[in-house]
Design a protein around this ligand. Structure first.
Ligand code: MG
Length: 203
């Protein structure tokens, strides 16, 4: 099982990090060792002084696929989730500056929170989902999937050009603005519409 993550998929987040708008989706991977085990906290790694939270809508792949046409993308998933792409921002900035791969800052152990899964039929329109992240009870990130540069079905098609999608693979679809620093003993709670998808503390 692999995690396929999309970077720079919301213009407001591209602007807050002063990145350039990409002409095709920015894609990176996390290994399965990045997934936070059930009921475990997020452990802040000791090699970073500036780990950020990035709340993202998730898609779970349900069948094998390669070079999927956009019009068939919807047949490759039934479940929608919400998670956090934890990022060692200081390390990532250093790697970006030097033109190096991001993995050490993005794909480290415990860098991926996957909340609960819900059948996509529970939602009227996947391209118009409100989602949010609360930190210590205050909303710090709020997004709507209508603001994605590439929608879910487009992402599945694009990703599958490069990587064969397998059952159980998870796509992280990118984060809206509002990313910020994780401190010890923060409580993070994620929501799509009013429904809670996760609750996790940092250590
Ligand atoms: Mg992200």
């Amino acid at each position: 099982m692999k995690l396929i993550c999309i970077g720079r998929n919301y213009v407001d987040h591209i602007d807050e990090l002063k990145n350039e708008k990409p002409s095709s989706p920015v894609i990176f991977l996390k290994p399965d060792s990045a997934v936070i085990l059930k009921n475990h906290p997020f452990f802040i790694p000791d090699y970073s002084n500036d780990v950020h939270y990035e709340v993202e809508v998730l898609i779970k792949i349900k069948k094998l696929g390669k070079s999927i046409d956009v019009k068939f993308s919807h047949t490759y998933y039934d479940e929608i989730g919400l998670g956090i792409d934890f990022t060692a921002r200081d390390l990532q900035s250093e790697l970006k500056k030097n033109g190096l791969p991001w993995e050490k800052s993005k794909a480290f152990d415990g860098s991926a929170l996957i909340g609960k899964w819900v059948n996509k039929n529970e939602f009227n329109d996947l391209n118009n989902l409100n989602f949010s992240l609360k930190k210590n009870g205050t909303i710090v990130q709020f997004g709507n999937t209508s603001n994605m540069l590439w929608f879910i079905d487009e992402l599945i098609s694009e990703v599958s050009k490069f990587f064969t999608l397998k059952i159980g693979d998870v796509i992280f679809t990118g984060t809206p603005s509002g990313v910020g620093k994780v401190s010890e003993n923060d409580l993070f709670e994620g929501f799509i519409n009013e429904k809670q998808f996760f609750s996790i503390k940092s250590k």
